[in-house]
Write a protein that binds this ligand. Structure first.
Ligand code: PGA
Length: 255
C-alpha cells in the first residue's frame, strides 16, 4: 500500500516570521489528519525552527537541496548530516530549477541521493521533461535518462526510502497542469521502468508524486489516477488555505 504524500516546496519564499505563521495555520487546519503524509520544505534558514514547531505533529519537514560531502571547504553548501541534524526528515533532490539554473545533472543527483540515504534522510527525487522535449516526443527518453542515471547503483532496499516526483517542467509555475491522463501516462511509464530496474514489488511500493501547478481544484482528479500517489506543490503551498485544501482533497480521495 502506497500512502499518499503531499509536499509543499516553498522555494525561495518566507522569512522566519512568515514561515512560522504559515506553519501555525497548517497545524490548526490539518490537526489529526493522518490519511496522507504531509511535508513542508522551507528554505534552509527555517529548517530547525519549523522542525521544532512541528515535533510530534502530523507534518514533517524537508529541505529543498543538499550537498553530497559530509563537511569541508565547500562555501555556501549544506550537508545531509546538517539537514538531518536540523530535524528535517526529507530532502528534495534534482528539482528542475536546480537542473536549469544551478547545473544539477543526473550525476550530481545520484551523489546527493546516496549522501541523503547515508545520513538517514528520505529523498524526493524530481524528474520531468521540458516543453521542447515533450514536443519532440522525447518525454519517455528524458524520464528514462533521469531515472536510470539518477538512481544508478541504488538498491531495491534503498528504493523503499525514495519518493519520485514527476514534474513536467512546462507545468511548473505556469498554471498549465498536465491533464490527469498525461500525468498518469508518465507515472505508469516510470513505474514500469522501476519494475525493469528493480522488481515488481519495489515498483509497486514506490510513491510517485505529481508536481506542476497543483491546486485545490485539480488535486482530486490527479490523485484519483492509479499511479499518482501524491503531489509536490509549489505556488499553492505558500498559503494556508490552498495547501490545507489540497491536503484535505487528497485525503478524501486517497486510495
Ligand atoms: P508549482 O511548482 O506548483 O508552483 O507549479 C511545483 C514545483 O516546482 O515543485
Amino acid at each position: 500500500m502506497r500512502k499518499t504524500i503531499i509536499a509543499g516546496n516553498w522555494k525561495m519564499y518566507k522569512t522566519i516570521a512568515e514561515g512560522s505563521e504559515l506553519v501555525n495555520g497548517l497545524k490548526r487546519e490539518l490537526i489529526d489528519l493522518e490519511a496522507v503524509d504531509i511535508v513542508v520544505c522551507p528554505p534552509f534558514t527555517l529548517l530547525p525552527l519549523l522542525s521544532d514547531m512541528l515535533t510530534s505533529s502530523n507534518i514533517s519537514v524537508g529541505a529543498q537541496d543538499c550537498y553530497w560531502q559530509e563537511e569541508g571547504a565547500f562555501t555556501g553548501e549544506v550537508s545531509c548530516k546538517m539537514i538531518k541534524d536540523s530535524g528535517a526528515k526529507y530532502v528534495i533532490i534534482g528539482h528542475s530549477e536546480r537542473r536549469q539554473f544551478f547545473g544539477e545533472t543526473n550525476e550530481t543527483v545520484n551523489k546527493k541521493i546516496k549522501a541523503a540515504l547515508k545520513a538517514g534522510l528520505l529523498p524526493i527525487v524530481c524528474v520531468g521533461e521540458t516543453l521542447a522535449e515533450r514536443e519532440k516526443n522525447k518525454t519517455f527518453d528524458v524520464l528514462s535518462d533521469h531515472i536510470k542515471n539518477g538512481l544508478a547503483d541504488i538498491t531495491a532496499e534503498e528504493m523503499e526510502k525514495i519518493t519520485i516526483a514527476y514534474e513536467p517542467v512546462w507545468a511548473i509555475g505556469t498554471g498549465k497542469t498536465a491533464t490527469p491522463a498525461q500525468a498518469q501516462e508518465a507515472h505508469k511509464f516510470i513505474r514500469d521502468l522501476l519494475e525493469k530496474i528493480f522488481d515488481k514489488e519495489t515498483a509497486q511500493e514506490t510513491r510517485i508524486q505529481y508536481g506542476g501547478s497543483v491546486k485545490p481544484e485539480n488535486t482530486a482528479e490527479l490523485i484519483n489516477q492509479p499511479d499518482i500517489d501524491g503531489a509536490l506543490v509549489g505556488g499553492a503551498s505558500l498559503k494556508v488555505d490552498s495547501f490545507a485544501a489540497i491536503v484535505k482533497k487528497a485525503s478524501e480521495v486517497t486510495k
